[in-house]
Design a protein around this ligand. Structure first.
Ligand code: PLP
Length: 289
């Protein structure tokens, strides 16, 4: 059996020892920001982008950057060596730290890196596609990655009931914005369309864009309705661990012929190859290899 190792405030410890105070504002008031990424060949992918977004989210509650990319690379390398996991899925979580005075007063911020075996989704999800449902809700501070996912719980409960993998938020205006833990894109002919309002600026989605354009798709940032999804040639979700995953039915309605489309197959392969190369190049630049 392998033991997991996490990093607590910059120090790698066995997972069981990675504990924080009951006074932490992340616990008391639900104030926190986080990021999830995975490694390829043991090297974190798009670490710079994830840290940039982490600091953007943390700025919403007054936390300025206080650790570096080099710190994270060093900690992840140590975690990998000590845990023996070949590939990691890493969650970085930052909170204001222990409560001191008033409502939100705190001392030094808390940060943890929860890094476990990557547990990538099964290949069957990519070969056969997954299904999704929609639900009427908007995420709080949707352009940021805060730890408040309470609204998404309703959607995931609906998804679970329907045996679906993901739930898409739909705004009061009727626009599909994103999944509970992913971005959404559709292909219609040669058009690749994705919302950019009221959703997280996904790093995976951003990485897919130039590859899709190089493959001949034309990128459109626009509002999407439920009907746009139902009548699309292909529906995809993207996220750091799932990469690009095809969705073959939404709300019980089959997308096109209900099979994984050719663009999804091609772009997922292109994206995977791109991640492997980019993670290695970044690690070389950082002097880790
Ligand atoms: C709400 C939400 N939207 C989109 C994404 C996808 O973002 P990324 O591709 O940067 O992982 C995530 C990832 O967890 C998410 O939680």
């Amino acid at each position: 059996m392998t033991t997991d190792f996490f990093a607590l405030n910059g120090r790698v410890v066995p997972a069981a020892e990675a504990t924080i105070s009951v006074l932490d504002l992340g616990f008391l008031r639900g104030v926190g920001a986080f990021e999830t990424l995975r490694t390829y060949g043991g090297h974190p992918h798009a670490l710079g982008d994830h840290l940039r977004r982490l600091w953007e989210s943390a700025a919403a509650f007054g936390i300025a950057p206080f650790f570096s990319e080099a710190d994270v690379r060093r900690l992840l390398a140590e975690i990998r060596t000590r845990s023996g996991h070949a590939e990691l899925r890493a969650n970085f979580v930052v909170s204001p730290g222990e409560h001191t005075t008033g409502v939100f007063g705190a001392g030094a911020p808390t940060w943890v890196i929860i890094a476990r075996d990557v547990h990538a989704p099964p290949e069957s999800f990519y070969e056969q596609g997954v299904t999704a449902v929609t639900f009427d809700a908007t995420r709080h501070l949707p352009t940021l990655k805060t730890t408040n996912y309470l609204v998404g719980k309703t959607g995931l409960a609906l998804a679970e009931k329907a045996g679906a993998h993901e739930a898409f938020y739909v705004t009061a205006e009727g626009y599909v914005t994103e999944g509970v833990t992913s971005n959404v894109l559709i292909v219609q002919g040669k058009r690749l369309m994705t919302p950019v309002v009221d959703c997280l600026p996904g790093i995976t989605k951003g990485g897919v864009r130039p590859l899709a354009e190089a493959a001949g798709l034309v990128w459109y940032e626009c509002n999407l309705t439920r009907d746009d999804l139902y009548t699309a040639d292909e529906v995809w979700i993207t996220s750091a661990v799932r990469e690009l995953m095809p969705v073959v039915a939404v709300d019980g309605k089959r997308i096109h012929d209900g099979r994984v489309g050719p663009w999804a197959k091609r772009l997922r392969a292109d994206y995977r190859a791109h991640c492997i190369a980019e993670a290695l190049r970044d690690a070389q630049r950082a002097g880790m290899v």
